[in-house]
Design a protein around this ligand. Sequence first.
Ligand SMILES: [Zn+2]
Length: 123
Amino acid sequence: MTAANAVPARASHPPSAACRSLHTYLPTGAQLCWRHELPGSFALDAEFVAAAVPSALAARWSGTRAGFWQAWVAAEVVAKLTGTPILPLVAAGFPVPEDSRVEMVNATRQDVVVCFGRLRAQP
Ligand SMILES: [Zn+2]
């Protein structure tokens, strides 16, 4: 999975139970839809880069807002793909260390940062 084949494979549409693609939601309720032809198990997360850092984490974050949300969407993808609850995961260390089970691509488009993740095939 590379940025070149992950990032263009996306779209947005009104919430629809009929769509079998991978979805995530922005705080506004807008649904993002990731359509791709890649094999494997995937997760997707997205946030607005200019959103305020949540107060519960602000004391632990000294970087930019955009950097925070880039780290956050990556943590969400690791949580989703490894079945780990997000709060204990980030409490153990943030940004979350790279997980050898997960491959990820981050992309920022306009005001949204997105992380596309795939569970690596087990040897
Ligand atoms: Zn869809």
